[in-house]
Design a protein around this ligand. Structure first.
Ligand SMILES: C[S@@+](CC[C@H](N)C(=O)[O-])C[C@H]1O[C@@H](n2cnc3c(N)ncnc32)[C@H](O)[C@@H]1O
Length: 285
């Protein structure tokens, strides 16, 4: 697929290599997708801005992996990065409530072990990581080149610095850079147990921090206007069910009534059942 077909962001991005970052990889990424590169290695992000970054964002390669900073945010405090070996992902893996979590119930983790889940809107991989931590084999599809690069770097960093307990979880996660609609169109029917969707729009999270981060992320990937089409493709290919994550007061995706809903504090899962999980594919009753 042409890179342009996968790059929908209205943000402008410069690739920046900071001290300790992987300069070859930064250069390769900038050439492949046509982003400008600050190509002498910069000791700090502030130096790189001074040396002529005129874009709204910097995709920064450093010893900690790849991180996206908004140059419009003067403090430069919060970049977007994927961290699976620390922070909130790690905390949720250890103390998040295991199979009692709503996402686990919505996907049906307890009903079948080793479920093959397709996370067709991977984003920063948080939901996929929860499902992989609970034993699912998860294929993650992401179409934005920037988000894919952040996620790939997060998975690689976690594999190199994470503890032995993290490696089996990462082994259950496979990342593919593609548009899920195109990918699904090439699969035979009944090719995946569960398809999980968490498209971008709409969001009504309350806290200021979430709002700020989500606004920025929203600008990066757009509104996923084609998610109704994605839901229909997913329903054709899922063996058991399609699960759609929504903000609690959002309408059903594409006005399609789910088989049932599971409601949490801020989000809701709409579940479209194709077949009961107590039956095996091919069972008549
Ligand atoms: C709200 S985010 C998903 C967040 C994710 N559940 C998490 O836990 O981090 C939605 C993501 O889905 C991606 N996306 C939307 N439609 C897609 C499609 N048809 N194929 C691949 N990726 C898609 C967007 O680029 C965006 O990164």
């Amino acid at each position: 697929m042409e890179p342009s077909a996968l790059m929908t962001s209205p943000l402008t991005v410069t690739v920046v290599c900071l001290k300790g970052g992987d300069a070859r990889r930064a250069r390769a990424f900038s050439i492949r997708y046509g982003f400008p590169l600050i190509d002498s290695i910069q000791p700090t992000l502030t130096d790189s801005i001074k040396s002529g970054c005129k874009t709204s964002c910097g995709l920064c390669y450093s010893a900690q992996g790849v991180e996206l900073f908004s140059f419009e945010n003067k403090s430069l405090g919060h970049g977007i990065r994927c961290d699976f070996s620390g922070g909130k992902n790690d905390h949720r893996r250890k103390y998040g409530g295991g199979k009692g979590q709503l996402i686990a119930k919505a996907v049906g983790v307890s009903s079948r072990s080793g479920l093959h889940v397709l996370d067709a809107t991977a984003g920063l991989g948080g939901d996929a990581f929860v499902l992989a931590s609970l034993g699912c084999k998860v294929r993650l599809l992401e179409r934005s080149v920037i988000v894919h690069e952040l996620l790939l770097s997060g998975l690689e960093q976690a594999a190199s610095v994470g503890g032995a307990d993290l490696l089996p979880v990462l082994d259950r996660m496979t990342l593919i850079h593609t548009d899920a609609k195109l990918w699904l169109a090439q699969q035979p029917s009944d090719s995946v147990d569960v398809v999980y969707l968490d498209p971008m729009f709409p969001r009504r999270d309350k806290t200021a921090l979430v709002k700020k981060e989500m606004r920025y992320f929203h600008e990066l990937v757009g509104s996923d206007e084609d998610s109704g089409e994605l839901l229909r493709s997913a329903r054709e290919k899922a063996i058991y069910r399609v699960v759609v994550k929504r903000a609690s007061r959002s309408p059903w995706l594409d006005n399609l009534k789910p088989t049932y809903e599971m409601k949490g504090k801020s989000s809701r899962y709409d579940i479209y059942v194709n077949r009961s999980m107590s039956k095996k594919p091919g069972d008549l009753f």
